[in-house]
Design a protein around this ligand. Structure first.
Ligand SMILES: Nc1ncnc2c1ncn2[C@@H]1O[C@H](COP(=O)(O)OP(=O)(O)OP(=O)(O)O)[C@@H](O)[C@H]1O
Length: 324
C-alpha cells in the first residue's frame, strides 16, 4: 500500500563514462520502513544512495519523495539526510555545533539551533558530551553525533552509508540495536547500505539485494532468506546449499540437513564448531559438497571427524527451486 511518505525510484540509471553503476532500477521504498540495500562490492549500492541524497546526479530516471519529484533538487531541499561511513564530523567544532551546523547554514538563529541540537543530543543520549570536540569521543559516540547531525533537519528519509563498518564487532551489534530503536521511535524511513547479510537480516523490514547494477531480489528479510529466487541470492545470503538435481537447481538451508541412519552417503570434509551449531561439510558422490548446520547437542552425542563416512538426510519439502 502506498502512503504519502513513500520514496520511489523510477527507471533510475547512473553511468560513469562506460561504467553502468545503476541500471534502470525502479523501486518503491515504503514510508516509515527500515530498508537495507545489500550486495557485493561494486554492485551499485552507494551510487543509488548518493543519487537519492542528491550527492550524485542521475543519468536517467527520476526520484519521487512524498509525491514530489526531487531528482534535480540540491541535497538540502529534498527531505533526505545522509550519514556517512566516516561520520565526517568537523574536528574544530564542538559536538553541539556539529549537530547544529546545517541549521546555521539555513540561517536559523543561535538560540533556536542550540535548543534543537540539544533535543537531538538527548535523543541519541549524548547530552553530557555537548561541549567536547569529536577527537575527545569514542567511535560509537562519534557515530551518535553524526546521527544527531543528520536528523537535525527533520528528514523524511535517513540515508546511511555503511554506518557500522568502522566499529568493532561488539559495538556494531549494540549500535545496530540502537539504530533500529531510533528508526521505530522516529517513524521515518531509514535506507542503510551494507555488505553484511547478517546486518541486513537483523535490521531490515525489507532487503533490496543488488547485483551488477540491478535489483536481484527485494522483499521482507525472511522472504529473501527463505525463498531466494536465484543461485546468486542463495549464495550471497549464506546458510544455504545449492543442490544440482536432474529436475534443476535447488536451495537447501544448511540447518535443514541432518545426520541420519538412512540418507545419502557422504564423507566428512570439515568440522567447525560455531557455538550453538557445528558446521559439517561433507562430500556426496559426484563431488557435490553439502554444508549441514547441526545443533551442538546432536553433534556431540555422536561426533564425526574429517574422513568419516556419514549419511545425510533432508525433507524434500525443504528443497527450494531456483530460477535457471
Ligand atoms: N566516481 C566514479 N567514477 C567512476 N566509476 C565509479 C564511480 N563511483 C563508482 N563507480 C563504479 O560504479 C560501480 C558501482 O559503484 P558503487 O560505489 O555504487 O558500488 P557499491 O555497491 O556501493 O560498492 P562498495 O560496496 O564497494 O562501496 C563500480 O563499478 C564502481 O567502480
Amino acid at each position: 500500500m502506498r502512503t504519502g511518505q513513500d520514496l520511489e525510484l523510477i527507471h533510475l540509471t547512473k553511468r560513469y563514462g562506460d561504467t553502468v553503476a545503476v541500471d534502470d532500477v525502479s523501486y518503491l521504498f515504503r514510508g516509515g520502513s527500515y530498508v537495507c540495500l545489500l550486495g557485493p562490492s561494486g554492485c551499485g549500492k552507494t551510487s543509488t544512495l548518493r543519487m537519492i541524497a542528491g550527492h550524485e546526479t542521475a543519468s536517467q530516471g527520476s526520484i519521487v519523495l512524498c509525491g514530489t519529484e526531487v531528482t534535480g533538487l540540491p541535497p538540502a531541499k529534498r527531505g533526505t539526510a545522509m550519514m556517512f561511513q566516516s561520520y565526517a564530523l568537523f574536528p574544530h567544532l564542538t559536538v553541539r555545533d556539529n549537530v547544529a551546523f546545517s541549521l546555521k547554514m539555513k540561517g536559523v538563529d543561535q538560540a533556536v539551533r542550540h535548543k534543537r541540537a540539544g533535543e537531538l543530543l538527548e535523543l541519541v543520549d549524548m547530552t553530557r558530551y555537548a561541549d567536547r570536540l569529536p577527537s575527545q569521543l569514542s567511535g560509537g559516540q562519534q557515530q551518535r553525533v553524526a546521527l544527531a547531525r543528520a536528523l537535525v533537519t527533520n528528514p523524511q528519509v535517513l540515508l546511511l552509508d555503511e554506518p557500522l563498518s568502522a566499529l568493532d564487532p561488539f559495538l556494531r551489534v549494540r549500535m545496530r540495536t540502537e539504530l533500529k530503536k531510533l528508526q521505530r521511535e522516529l517513524g521515518i524511513s531509514f535506507i542503510h547500505v551494507t555488505h553484511g547479510q547478517d546486518e541486513a537480516l537483523a535490521l531490515a523490514d525489507e532487503i533490496v539485494l543488488m547485483n551488477n547494477a540491478r535489483i536481484e531480489q527485494a522483499g521482507p528479510a525472511r522472504e529473501i532468506f527463505n525463498a531466494p529466487r536465484t543461485e546468486f541470492v542463495a549464495r550471497f545470503m549464506g546458510g544455504h546449499n545449492v543442490v544440482a538435481l536432474p529436475q534443476g537447481r535447488f536451495a537447501l538451508r544448511a540447518d535443514s540437513v541432518r545426520l541420519a541412519q538412512n540418507g545419502t552417503e557422504a564423507v566428512v570434509r570439515a568440522v567447525e564448531y560455531q557455538g550453538g551449531h557445528v558446521a559439517l561439510t561433507a562430500r556426496l558422490a559426484g563431488d557435490q559438497e553439502i554444508l549441514a548446520l547441526i545443533p551442538e547437542g546432536d553433534f556431540y552425542a555422536d561426533p564425526k571427524s574429517p574422513g568419516d563416512a556419514v549419511r545425510l538426510a533432508w525433507d524434500e519439502g525443504r528443497l527450494h527451486r531456483l530460477q535457471a
